[in-house]
Design a protein around this ligand. Structure first.
Ligand code: NAP
Length: 338
């Protein structure tokens, strides 16, 4: 165990796109776990778009990060010292921990993971928060039926990739929207998406969507918002369902954009549009994890990870989410699992 603990703090609240001035690196002593606490050596850190919301002071479903304090995110790590009888040295755990080499956390806030069941990083992805988001948003709100057409934006990202695969398992035609040809090739050739549109190179996204969805759109899983969503909403079928999951195209906006007025489309087609936060489903999470783990084991859900090396690259990995640098889940490897 090292004696120094690097941490990444929120240096200031960003206006618009965060940059280097948003983050501050400090080095402290490795904390000593108190009674009931466990000292965790971080191995992998998850960077997630929702963290942008927590960097601002605006009221939301979760408290803002505090300026001058360590950022917090999903971590998979190894117990190096335990003052909680439920954990022993060497246990693999996951929890919401500091962007740091080490965190002393209450045992009750950690979950054990079994490295023999699946690679440990899947606890931050398919069987973790992004997988559950895809699972509940698509199945509970989208309610896809065999033969229907499901469109997913942000299709090559962590959530989108799982959404598309679950929709295929349910017998749907799946059309993705993503930002590079490499992503499109992966979704079509490896994951079996029926069509994928490159929103960065298309001349007319609405026309391309129309061609890709000859029977219209029954379910839209929205990860991004903006003009992509404007186009999709104009092509919805009667009784379509929209799972409003994310709006990454707007997370760095400094002003509220005025877009097309979409409510008439929703009204005249009796559309259900529902925003949701994955934690709405906390009481059913166990069922979701079980099903996702089974699909993973059976090879019915495949996954990709983009892994940046070193805590020093965590800010860059986070900013990479807004550049579209990731195929699948964006992770940061903090330490070797020795
Ligand atoms: P992700 O999709 O793995 O990463 C973000 C992706 O968004 C990027 O790879 C990029 O791909 C795309 N993107 C970035 N800026 C964009 C823009 N202006 N327009 C269109 N696409 C853009 O992230 P994730 O973790 O899976 O999250 C996806 C969405 O779900 C996010 O909006 C997130 O906030 C939301 N989410 C919601 C919940 C919930 O509980 N409701 C939970 C988890 C995530 P391209 O190359 O395709 O541009």
């Amino acid at each position: 165990m090292g004696t120094k603990n690097r941490q990444v703090l929120l240096a200031e609240r960003p206006k618009g796109m965060p940059d280097d001035s948003t983050f501050k690196f400090v080095e402290t002593e490795v904390p000593e776990p108190k009674d009931g606490e466990v000292l965790v050596r971080a191995l992998y850190l998850s960077v997630d778009p929702y963290m942008r919301g927590r960097m601002s002071a605006a009221k939301s479903y979760v408290e803002p990060f505090e300026v001058g304090k360590a950022l917090i995110g999903g971590v998979v790590g190894k117990v190096v010292k335990s003052n909680d009888p439920n954990f022993i040295e060497g246990d693999y755990v996951t929890g919401m921990l500091k962007w740091a080499d080490y965190t002393a956390a209450k045992g009750k806030h950690l979950q054990k993971i079994d490295p023999d069941v699946a690679p440990i990083t899947t606890a931050l992805y398919v069987t973790g928060m992004p997988g559950l988001t895809a699972y509940f948003g698509l199945l509970d709100i989208g309610k896809p039926q065999a033969g229907e057409t499901v469109v997913v934006s942000g299709a090559a990202g962590a959530v989108g990739m799982v959404v598309g695969q679950i929709a295929k398992l349910k017998g749907c035609r799946v059309v993705g929207i993503a930002g590079s040809d490499e992503k499109i090739a992966y979704l079509k050739n490896e994951l079996g998406f029926d069509e994928v549109i490159n929103y960065k190179t298309t001349k007319n996204i609405r026309e391309d969507l129309k061609a890709a969805c000859p029977k219209g759109i029954d379910v839209y899983f929205d990860n991004v918002g903006g003009e992509i969503t404007d186009a999709v909403l104009s092509l919805l079928n009667f009784h379509a369902r929209v799972a409003l999951c994310g709006q990454i195209a707007h997370y760095n906006d400094t002003e509220i954009e005025k877009g097309p007025r979409v409510l008439p489309y929703l009204l005249t087609r009796s559309v259900l549009l529902k925003g949701f936060i994955v934690s709405n489903y906390d009481d059913q999470a166990e069922e979701g994890v079980k099903q996702l783990a089974e699909w993973l084991r059976e090879g019915k859900i495949k996954y990709k990870e983009t892994i940046y090396e070193g805590l020093e690259n965590a800010p860059n990995a986070f900013l990479g989410l807004f550049r579209g640098d990731n195929l699948g889940k964006m992770l940061v490897k903090i330490a070797d699992d020795k």
